[in-house]
Write a protein that binds this ligand. Structure first.
Ligand code: SAM
Length: 232
């Protein structure tokens, strides 16, 4: 095509931007897990956002995606991935596929990722990104992730990437012995990122990883659709 001659090849720039992101936003903070850092270096974040947002893909910020949802800030993705303490053979459940970026990050660190999204369009776009970029250990399901996916349980790790009023009980039930669950819990203005570990005896140990702000987790065990936006 005639226009190709004038088009700038940005692929090297994007890799340099990705490396800059890792240096200035990830390693300079408290992310030390090598698998997380390597995974973030290998996943091109700009390919998970709309074309007019690609320039901003490696900035220290969340970005708007389709259906008025967001792709989380890179540091928060790294913090959650590190908190999951993944092992290479783990099976992971993610609630809130969104752009597919965090599922892609997890897929480079674990054996299998199953990700659930409530919006058809986002699920379809993410599936296409996984297919075209060769992520072949991710299954995308459309549905209410607050109920988990009992047919595929138990999960070694569960990540919820939307903020709920409480921890959905089905997710605790579907967590394997020795498993880790990471979820933002709070009101719709602000949440705390909680990690729950289920010991091999079935005991639950919770810790708080700090304040975060996510879009709402909407579903049977989350917020009601009608209440969304009505909270301060
Ligand atoms: N992980 C995403 C990424 O990397 O782009 C970010 C996801 S965005 C912060 C949260 C997502 O959770 C939205 O796409 C939203 O539609 C989805 N969501 C909210 N409630 C849900 C539910 N009950 N089940 C599945 N997805 C849900």
């Amino acid at each position: 095509m005639a226009n190709d001659y004038y088009m700038k090849d940005t692929s090297n720039d994007r890799q340099a931007e990705c490396e800059w992101m890792i240096r200035t936003q990830i390693m300079s903070r408290d992310i030390t897990n090598e698998a997380v850092i390597n995974s973030m270096l290998s996943v091109p974040r700009h390919k998970f956002v709309m074309e007019d947002k690609q320039e901003l893909a490696y900035y220290d910020t969340a970005l708007e995606i389709e259906e008025e949802q967001t792709i989380s800030q890179p540091y928060i993705v790294a913090l959650m991935a590190q908190a999951l303490e993944l092992k290479a053979n783990d099976k992971v459940l993610e609630i809130g596929t969104g752009s597919g970026y965090s599922a892609a990050i997890l897929s480079r660190m674990a054996r299998k990722v199953i990700t659930i999204e409530r919006h058809d369009l986002l699920a379809e776009l993410a599936k296409e990104r996984f297919r075209s970029q060769g992520y072949n250990n991710i299954d995308v399901l459309v549905g209410d992730g607050t109920l988990g996916w009992s047919e595929k349980a138990p999960f070694d790790a569960i990540l919820v990437t939307a903020g709920g009023p409480k921890i959905p009980i089905p997710l605790i039930e579907q967590l394997a012995l020795g498993g880790r669950l990471v979820i933002p819990v709070g009101d719709q203005g602000e949440q705390h990122l909680l990690r729950v570990k289920k010991t091999i005896d079935g005991e639950l140990i919770e810790d708080n990883l700090g304040a975060v702000r996510f879009v709402p987790l909407i579903g049977t065990k989350g917020w009601n659709q009608d209440d969304v936006g009505n909270f301060s």
